[in-house]
Design a protein around this ligand. Structure first.
Ligand code: ZN
Length: 374
């Protein structure tokens, strides 16, 4: 099976060059479901590109009978961020145009003035599949009307133009998988929304963060939020429906590097998830243990109590107990005779899930995060 590839013009530049996206599209002989995968939305988070490369190779070897539905892959989905540098460092977390986090710019249908209560009333006695199709149609009509209402003379900001392109590729998907990594050094983990935890297990990750409070306009959340709201409205009317719509963000290790173990974890998890979703006619690995979730607001973050040089910091993946020394902070105070070493101890028990890259810090800079035992 060969993918259909397409080039999409993303931005014409002052120099006359054009930034483009390349998409890879696999379509099975049967099936109607669609999964959308993208990588490198944040410029320094490059691991997902290697995962998509391996997936393209893998899907290319399959025959059309093995795939039910369609798979849409967009590596390097944010060229502006991918190419951005400070010296040799990839930054690319924030748009240089408006300072917005690239992953907080997305459009959420439920933020429009839409009467979801009326939709529920009108669709209450239909089948789950009919309701899902009707709601998707409403989302697409609203989105397309927004596109049509863009005045060509006034134009739109690049953030809005960019998000519209990604939405136009992904809004009609059943599942979206957004491949990130930490911007610093981190273990692998998955972001999951409430009510979808059971399916997260098929990605075979040890750790996950449960999004119980939304950050606002992230790609995964803007996609799924309208559906979660719809499900809650149906429950209020006495119908318990879970639509076949899910969104996932995989955090595959550290930024600015491609850790092969993280790549392998991503590939294995995605193939297993798609098999469990019956989009791939392959054996499903039944998870031997469930993903351990922590609510996002229960993560423990450590910031530098004063400026200095970090020494002997424990690395990501280390299990820590109370009172264990997490790192030392060396400082050269202007008053007093000698340099000072300060020991910073853990006030939590759990696993260190990420650590900052720079070993020199000003007061208040991020040092590390702990995923507490639950
Ligand atoms: Zn990211």
């Amino acid at each position: 099976m060969k993918p259909i590839t397409k080039l999409i013009n993303l931005q014409t530049l002052a120099s006359g060059d054009i930034l483009q996206l390349k998409t890879y599209h696999f379509k099975g002989k049967t099936g109607t479901k669609k999964v959308y995968l993208q990588s490198n939305l944040h410029g320094g988070e490059i691991v997902g590109n290697a995962v998509i490369y391996e997936l393209i190779k893998f899907f290319s070897q399959l025959n059309e009978d093995t795939l039910h539905g369609e798979i849409f892959l967009v590596p390097m989905c944010n060229p502006t961020a991918v190419n951005q540098r400070n010296l040799f460092f990839s930054t690319g977390r924030f748009s240089p145009y408006d300072g917005l986090n690239w992953n907080r710019i997305f459009w959420d249908y439920s933020h429009e003035k839409v009467n979801i209560n009326k939709f529920v009333k009108d669709n209450l006695n239909l089948t789950k599949e009919e309701i899902q199709q009707n709601f998707l149609n409403q989302i697409l009509i609203k989105f397309n009307n927004k596109l049509k209402s863009i005045n060509q003379n006034r134009g739109v900001s690049f953030s809005e133009h960019y998000r519209n392109i990604l939405h136009s590729l992904s809004l009609d998907a059943n599942y979206i998988i957004d491949l990130h990594s930490s911007s610093v050094k981190a273990i692998d983990y998955i972001y999951c929304f409430d009510s979808r935890q059971k399916n997260a297990d098929y990605f075979l990750f040890d750790y996950g963060i449960l999004m119980n409070k939304f950050d606002g306009n992230a790609f995964d959340e803007a996609f799924l939020n309208p559906w979660l709201i719809l499900e809650k409205k149906f429950i209020q009317q006495g119908r318990n429906i879970t639509f076949d719509v899910e969104s996932w963000t995989l955090e595959l290790g550290s930024g600015m590097t491609v850790n092969q173990a993280s790549v392998n974890k991503g590939i294995k998890g995605i193939i297993n998830y798609l098999s469990a979703k019956k989009m791939l006619n392959l054996d499903v690995i039944i998870p031997q243990k469930t993903t351990q979730f922590v609510n996002k607001n229960n993560l423990k973050h450590y910031y530098a109590p004063q400026g200095g040089i970090i020494r002997h910091r424990l690395s990501q993946g280390t299990k820590v107990t109370y009172d264990e020394i997490l790192y030392q902070l060396l400082s050269f105070p202007k008053n007093g005779d000698l340099p000072i070493i300060m020991e910073i101890k853990s006030v939590d028990e759990g696993i260190i899930y990420d650590v900052s890259i720079n070993d020199t810090v000003n007061q208040g800079e991020y040092i590390l995060g702990i995923f507490p035992h639950v």
